[in-house]
Ligand binder design. Structure first.
Ligand SMILES: N[C@@H](CCC(=O)N[C@@H](CS)C(=O)NCC(=O)O)C(=O)O
Length: 226
């Protein structure tokens, strides 16, 4: 059985959704950073960077979201083009865009003070917001090409990853004018709305307490910023 380490609505959310879609048995291990859970030696032995998610697997503990997701997709032959499929290369390109460009941009948009301190946070947030809009426009243009792994047709680790990040980009920026409007990205919006209708995803959203406040916590999350 897998053991997923995380917190509800933190980076473990996408792995939680992937595990539920695959139907693999897992246990969710909840952590409290305020109690120092992520800096304990026992946790640092799983992930030396002290971040979530971590997935304990039969092959040892894994960290870094994209690595965990690809591991699960390959091991279960689900949620991604097979390693020998002709579209595998394009899929890997866009997975890299999401983990190396979209993920850091969203984290910086919601924590702009972390880069250069509070004095510079407004400028950092404005610049990051511009960068995020550019990344989202390119993702939407690519999604319009209609490959299954980047569409409303069926879920993939790529679409699940984007759905989590855009939920945060909508709900969590400290400056309300930076909250992402998913309607500006129709292909991504359709993809995320389709995910939300799936029973495994609905189960995870309910378990993580995200559908209690709003019926569409992925496609239309509430703004929770300040
Ligand atoms: N590149 C990492 C980023 C992980 C990350 O930044 N995780 C955040 C939560 S979303 C975290 O654990 N932060 C710890 C903290 O803020 O104490 C990955 O993809 O797994």
């Amino acid at each position: 059985m897998y053991r997923l380490h995380g917190l509800y609505d933190w980076g473990s959310l996408v792995v939680h959704m992937a595990l539920e879609e695959i139907g693999a048995p897992f246990e969710f291990v909840m952590h409290d950073p305020a109690q120092g859970d992520l800096t304990r030696p026992s946790y640092l032995a799983l992930n030396p960077f002290g971040l979530v998610p971590v997935l304990e697997t039969p092959d040892g503990p894994l960290f870094e979201t994209a690595a965990i997701l690809l591991y699960l997709a390959d091991r279960h032959a689900a949620l991604a083009p097979a390693p020998t499929a002709p579209e595998r290369g394009a899929f890997l390109v866009w997975l890299a865009v999401v983990c190396q460009q979209l993920h850091p941009a969203v984290l910086q948009l919601i924590h702009p003070e972390r880069l250069l301190g509070e004095e510079a946070q407004r400028a950092v947030a404005d610049a990051t917001h511009r960068r995020l809009l550019n990344i989202c426009a390119k993702l939407d243009a690519r999604a319009q090409q209609g490959d299954w792994w980047f569409s409303a047709a069926q879920p993939s680790i790529l679409s699940l990853y984007i759905a989590m990040l855009l939920r945060w980009a909508r709900g969590l920026p400290p400056y309300r004018e930076h909250a992402l409007s998913l309607a500006d990205y129709p292909a991504l919006q359709a993809m995320i709305q389709a995910l939300e209708l799936r029973a495994p995803i609905a189960r995870v959203l309910a378990r993580e307490g995200l559908s209690a406040a709003t019926p569409n916590p992925l496609s239309a999350p509430l703004y929770e910023g300040s």
